[in-house]
Design a binder for this molecule. Structure first.
Ligand SMILES: NC(=O)c1ccc[n+]([C@@H]2O[C@H](COP(=O)([O-])OP(=O)(O)OC[C@H]3O[C@@H](n4cnc5c(N)ncnc54)[C@H](O)[C@@H]3O)[C@@H](O)[C@H]2O)c1
Length: 296
């Protein structure tokens, strides 16, 4: 029987590479990112391991390229999974780039694949940053524009970010509010994806997962990297960062059709940081705020 298809965007990045490797075990994988040479190398690496994989460049900020990616995936077979990892981080782009890729790009991928999937599961990458802002201050009136008028949404969302101050602040805010938007939009869209096409739609909010990019992001803050990482992992239950392979296994589990009732929600993959009240804290976790000792 022909293998079902799984598509990974941002597939040559740190988490993307692990996701490709994991999904190749069961699926015919479409490797997508923006650099042809890196895609070719990843596809060759998978084929050398005996797996079935194809590659295709897709800049997710461009809807026509997303439609072409979806058409290519559908030509390979039944699309069972999409893992949307394409994304930018502050310090390496402008706020408009970030909105174009993280926000508009995620919607582009979801909507392009809506047309070619019947059943299956789309997983959008989110972040613990998507949970930093209390819901009562969310700009929901702007978010809702995304459902009816994308250009107006893009313009008003950028204006909203620019009101926070200089470009550096606007870009940081673009990441936080962009991830908040993904958290909001996945929950908002799941009903339509489910009722019209039987597609499950999920987001995964990642805490700190060690990749070249996440380490570069820490360095770009200008803070001491070990110190800053130490603060973040002090909030985790296991006292360490996550690995790309652990996230990849989660994606595999979520896309598995035996999870057929799971949709419209966010999976918090942060090893307990949020439970310990981590939300952009700059001080290490104070265990005295949680004095529970199960051994007593
Ligand atoms: N690593 C973490 O701790 C962490 C935490 C929270 C969220 N995330 C998010 O998870 C995703 C993967 O993280 P990573 O650490 O592997 O980062 P990464 O930078 O290694 O991977 C991101 C990939 O997206 C690709 N990309 C950028 N712009 C694109 C575009 N316009 N179209 C298509 N692809 C594009 C890049 O080429 C890159 O391969 C990112 O979206 C990141 O923001 C990561």
């Amino acid at each position: 029987m022909a293998k079902k298809v799984c598509v990974v965007t941002g597939a040559t990045g740190g988490i993307g590479s692990a996701a490709v490797r994991q999904m190749c075990e069961k699926y015919y994988v479409l490797v997508s990112d923006i650099n042809q040479e890196k895609i070719d190398a990843k596809v060759a690496e998978m084929r050398a391991l005996g797996f079935e994989a194809e590659g295709m460049v897709c800049d997710t900020s461009d809807r026509a390229q997303c439609d072409a990616l979806a058409a290519k995936a559908a030509s390979m077979g039944e699309v069972a999974g999409v893992i949307q990892l394409a994304g930018l981080t502050p310090g390496f782009c402008t706020h408009k780039d970030l909105v174009s890729v993280d926000v508009m790009g995620t919607m582009n991928i979801n909507e392009a694949f809506f047309h070619v999937m019947n059943g299956g599961c789309i997983v959008d990458i989110c972040s613990c940053a998507g949970h930093f802002m209390p819901q009562d201050i969310w700009p929901v009136d702007i978010f809702e524009l995304a459902l009816t008028d994308k250009q107006k949404f893009y313009d008003e969302f950028n204006e909203y970010l620019e009101d926070f101050g200089d470009e550096e602040t606007a870009t940081n805010m673009a990441y936080v509010w962009g991830r908040t938007f993904i958290y909001w939009s996945v929950r908002k869209a799941a009903y339509a994806f489910g009722r019209k096409k039987g597609i499950r739609l999920l987001s995964v909010s990642i805490g700190f997962v060690t990749t070249e990019r996440s380490m570069a992001d820490l360095a770009a803050t200008g803070a001491d990297v070990d110190e800053r990482l130490g603060v973040q992992i002090s909030y985790t239950a296991f006292g360490r960062p996550g690995t790309p392979e652990e996230v990849a296994f989660l994606f595999d589990t979520l896309i598995d059709e035996r999870n057929s009732y799971l949709t419209g929600t966010d999976i918090y993959f942060d090893n307990g940081c949020d439970a310990n009240d981590y939300s952009g804290q700059f001080e290490p976790f104070d265990p005295s705020t949680n004095p529970y000792d199960p051994s007593k």
